[in-house]
Design a protein around this ligand. Sequence first.
Ligand code: DC
Length: 335
Amino acid sequence: MRAIRGATTVASDCADEIKSAVKELLDEIFTVNNLRLDEVVCIMLSNTSDINSYYPAKAAREAGYARFPLYSSLEPEIEGSLARCIRVMILCERSKAVKHVYLREAKSLRKDLTKVLNIAIDGPAGSGKSTISRIIAEKLGILYLDTGAMYRAIALKCVRNNADYADKDAVRHLVNDIDIKVDYRDGRQITLLDGEDVSEQIRTPQVSLLASYVSAYSFVRTKMVELQREIASKFSCVLDGRDIGTNVLPDCEFKFYLTAAPDVRAKRRHLENLSKGVEQSYEEVLKEIEERDFHDKNRAVAPLKKAVDATEVDTSDMSIDEVASLLLSKIEEKI
Ligand code: DC
């Protein structure tokens, strides 16, 4: 069972305004939570004592929210409380996280909820970042931004243009007029390189390694970080990468750093490759992971490291479900 909270305000104590404000609030709660009427146990409403002309519960019933017990109550007159405010609590039968909704002047009551929510998950290759980020984003109903895909797209452009990754000017030339965008289809991130969907082509071992090299150039990072910050400022999302907590979003409220022993990470990546039909021995995968770790951790600009305020989780002996539940419980403690 979960409780969904919400609140709104009316400009004046008039029946029509109360009816439309209650309808707007409930419609929004049901929409953002994808809530079905048969999941609802009861709806409780309350209003400040400066609202007298209509019962909010009656307005709810008239708006079609009538298949469950409804209850209205009057709040005490408290000095300094928000004027003409209607609050709601909906009890519902569901286990996944819910979204609370604060509208109109009531937004000021819960600045933590009305602002964009960003979650940073950093760590080395194979630590479980992408799987966990995807699960958390889905559970919270927000986007998953795979920032590694952007660096991979640049690496792919180098491959396609036969540019030597060690030739800084050649890479700079390609990056100057590169067009990288991310889009979402059926909830999955699509990475577009100069308008072409390259989501599959960027997953080869060659591109993985090259991405680690080209991502060390400051002009590459400046361009990608700008794009990542722009997306994060507009949309609630889980971002996974190497420098999200330290550099992209240093003020982010939720920061995690996932690690795992290199051999565990190599085993995971090897299995993943096999399932995708990628021919690479375990020893090759381990070597590639160690090489990438070295480059990612030792580059001059924004190297891979744990942000001081990030929660570190060693996933070596944990299942995916265990890691996801741990992170979700830490996030839900605060939201
Ligand atoms: O997460 P991934 O394996 O898809 O990332 C590919 C490479 O991109 C990685 O080896 C280092 C680089 N990268 C980065 O430098 N900063 C990020 N935020 C994400 C990835």
